[in-house]
Design a protein around this ligand. Structure first.
Ligand SMILES: Nc1ncnc2c1ncn2[C@@H]1O[C@H](COP(=O)(O)OP(=O)(O)OP(=O)(O)O)[C@@H](O)[C@H]1O
Length: 260
């Protein structure tokens, strides 16, 4: 039986009106030594949408999402998240903002010495200090149910397959009720069937938890399963933006190279 998702006061408070961006990036620049990775990136993530960022390996997709949460400091441009200027935030303000943003990185590493339950309790106790022990228990049961692994609480990560580990990583990210999800290559390293399962699960989770998401991928099946809108990052800037359909039917060789 599916348990009901508990709304947090944050979710209500930070919800924007339709068609207002929850993330707005303008003229973002980031270089490493003499390598200009992001030259001039502007994009918006709207409330409730799944934005897929396509780009070749090394095009700066990970750098882009790391800049959003200031895991990397941009060289120029502006980034605003929920109308806050990310560049201007003090350390404690940045920490508060990061609590509202879930990251699922490529590695999605779980703590090997902890059970699944302990892996999920860890961020919950750190971020959701408002929850009682009963709430924590319920939340863990709910999120495991929602990623399709209701009986995994007492398992160790070493007892899980790659696909199951990815599901638990997703559960650990979503358990604290983030408002925005940033997925970095969520299906990399998985076999095609498991990739497809994870792609569908992301869509499911997005619908249930009503997050706005940026999904970085070069997995077209993942883009097909999730994209409300796609942008293609090329040569350090957004080269094209459009619907999945527009991309699928494009004759542009740069776009076609992804949709072969
Ligand atoms: N901390 C860093 N220091 C120096 N160079 C970096 C750093 N992070 C990224 N880069 C460089 O920036 C470029 C873009 O890297 P990034 O990881 O964003 O690519 P990507 O598009 O996510 O690629 P992939 O799809 O292979 O993950 C690469 O050339 C990378 O070597």
């Amino acid at each position: 039986m599916k348990t009901k998702q508990t709304e947090t006061f944050d979710k209500v408070h930070y919800k924007t009106k339709n068609n207002e961006p929850v993330i707005e990036i303008t003229n973002l620049r980031k270089s490493f030594n003499n390598q200009e990775v992001l030259k001039d990136v502007s994009l918006k993530l709207f409330d409730g949408e799944n934005l897929v960022v396509l780009g070749k390996s090394g095009s700066g997709k990970s750098v882009l999402i790391k800049c959003i949460v200031r895991l990397l400091n941009p060289d120029g441009g502006t980034i605003s998240v929920f109308d806050e200027n990310v560049m201007a935030l003090q350390r404690n303000e940045l920490n508060e903002l990061r609590k509202k943003i879930g990251f699922l990185f490529q590695s999605g590493a779980l703590y090997d010495s902890m059970t699944v339950k302990q892996n999920l309790e860890f961020p919950l106790r750190r971020i959701r200090k408002d929850l009682s022990e009963k709430d924590i228990k319920e939340k863990i049961a709910e999120v495991l149910e929602n990623v399709g692994l209701p009986d995994a609480q007492n398992k160790m990560p070493s007892q899980l397959s790659g696909g199951m580990r990815k599901r638990i990583s997703l559960a650990r990210t979503i358990v604290v009720d983030p408002l925005i999800m940033l997925y970095d290559e969520p299906t990399t390293g998985l076999d095609p069937a498991t990739s497809d399962e994870i792609s569908l699960l992301i869509n499911d989770v997005q619908t249930k938890y009503k997050t706005s998401s940026i999904i970085i991928t070069h997995d077209i099946a993942c883009a097909r399963a999730n994209a409300n809108r796609i942008v293609l990052l090329l040569d350090g800037a957004i080269y094209k933006e459009g619907s999945l359909e527009t991309f699928e039917h494009s004759t542009d060789p740069e776009i076609k190279s992804f949709f072969r």
